[in-house]
Ligand binder design. Structure first.
Ligand code: NAG
Ligand code: NAG
Length: 143
C-alpha cells in the first residue's frame, strides 16, 4: 500500500519535472518565451533579440543542437539574468564580421567573445543567424 502510494507520488513528481524541468532549472531566467507553431530557433532569436548562440546554450538541456525538437507551447528561456545579451544583429547575405562590427561599433574581439560559435576567421556566419553585437562582454561559462 505504502509502496503504491510512493510510486504514485513519484509519478506525479516525474511528470511535473518533465513538464517544468527546463523552467525549474532556470530560476534565474531573465526572459521566457513560449514556442509557437512554425518557430525555428533562429526565427525566435531574430524576433526576440537573442543571439543564436545564447538561445542554444541557455537551452542545451532541452533543445538539441540541430534545433529540430521544439514543441509548440513549450516554454524556453531566452537569457539568464546578468548574462542576457539583448543587442543583436541578424546576419544578411554577403555580411562579413568587418561589416557587422563596423555597423554595430563593436570590436571584433568582443563580437567573437560574445558569439563563441563564430570561428576566428569568421567564415562560418550564415544569413539568418543572430549575433550578439553588444559592446558589453557576456560570460556564458563556456571559454
Ligand atoms: C529588438 O531590438 C530592436 C532594436 O534595438 C528594438 O527596436 C526592438 O523593440 C527589440 N525587440 C524586442 C522584442 O526586444
Ligand atoms: C536589455 O538589457 C538591459 C540590461 O540587461 C535592460 O536594461 C534593457 O531594458 C534591455 N532592453 C530590452 C529591449 O529588453
Amino acid at each position: 500500500m505504502l509502496a503504491t502510494r510512493n510510486l504514485f507520488l513519484f509519478s506525479i513528481v516525474a511528470v511535473a519535472f518533465k513538464l517544468y524541468g527546463g523552467v525549474v532549472a532556470q530560476a534565474d531566467c531573465a526572459r521566457f518565451y513560449t514556442v509557437s507553431s512554425g518557430d525555428t530557433c533562429d526565427a525566435i532569436s531574430a524576433k526576440k533579440n537573442v543571439s543564436t548562440f545564447q538561445l542554444a546554450t541557455v537551452n542545451k538541456a532541452i533543445i538539441d543542437p540541430a534545433c529540430d525538437n521544439l514543441a509548440v507551447d513549450e516554454v524556453i528561456c531566452l537569457g539568464i539574468t546578468g548574462q542576457d545579451c539583448n543587442v543583436t544583429d541578424i546576419v544578411q547575405s554577403g555580411d562579413s564580421c568587418a561589416v557587422i562590427t563596423a555597423a554595430a561599433g563593436v570590436p571584433l574581439s568582443t563580437l567573437l567573445a560574445n558569439n563563441p560559435n563564430i570561428n576566428t576567421d569568421c567564415s562560418n556566419i550564415y544569413p539568418g543567424e543572430v549575433l550578439c553585437t553588444s559592446t558589453q562582454a557576456f560570460d556564458y561559462g563556456t571559454a
